[in-house]
Write a new protein. Sequence first.
Length: 366
Amino acid sequence: MRSFLKLFIFLSLCSLSFFSLSFEIKEGVLRTPDARFENLEDYPFKPNYMMIEGLRIHYLDEGPKNSEPIILFHGEPAWSYLFRKMIPVLTEAGYRVVVPDMVGFGKSDKFESKYDYSYQHHIETMKELVKKLDLKNATHFGQDWGGLVGLRVVAEMPERFSQVVVSNTGMVAGQGIRAWFMQRLVELTVWWNGPTTYEELILSAEESLNANNPPANAIASMFIKWMAYSYYSEDMDIVGIMENFGQLSFTEGEKKAYEAPFPSGKYKAGAHIWPYLIPTQLQENEKYWKEVFEKWDKPFLVAFGEEEKITIRMKEDFVNRIPNPTIITLGGVGHFVQEEVGPELAQIIIDFIEGKEVSDLIAPSS
């Protein structure tokens, strides 16, 4: 009897351990256990949740609820933790700051299959969040994928936004048969390239990111390897990707925070498929460029990092297609601007909202 009891306890503990590692709330949907987010470095913010299409979406909502909102959209493969250095500056200036975690990231629910994700679903989810919070006279800030999604949110509900700020992002577009061909070409190239190891990806990234003016084909090659690595690998190195592509060096606490949303590789399907989704909305993006952004008559700030290589060619669209944008350079800064100059960027956004002149951020002398 005693042996049977020991066996029962052992099997029960194994079952609980498995459940904690694979917290499936319904078929095909995972939820990261809350314990993963306890005592994170420099992240004292209260969680907020809402249900959208059966998924629990997490967002931060800091500052006075009756003041002008600023909505901050994160990119790949980060989450709202990325904005921890900006939020206090913005709220101290009296603004309401809303920072959602997109589906598949942070504290939001995650599809187990990468094929359940789509560019359009990200857009619809963030639109619904803006509607449910009834955000008006809002300022948009988007970086990386945060711009690809956030700009579409702005374009589809421009009456809710009073100004736009973008950094190291874009809204990739194309027309007609050319757009169709571009998407198929990317898919074919990723298939032809086949699985890419992390080491191959980092080598390609170093060759491009360390060059003063990398040629377009080098950036394209790096991007294809990035998509192939993301698409085929089973467990993305989140911290390694951010440190290498952002040329950053995290503390142990920061590493823990960026890994917190992902107890295992199966939670990372959203991060794995995101790069592959970029060409799937080319024609739709072109439509909104023409119908909304080429006619934009509100303040629009473009603030790219001086050392940014990944999205730098997307900057040309903002310069050439937005009427009278304000354009500044963040000196000495690479891809993840929030990590490198978070407080300074937050102050620039405040000055821009308040109609003050903004200028280039000068890199500190070494």
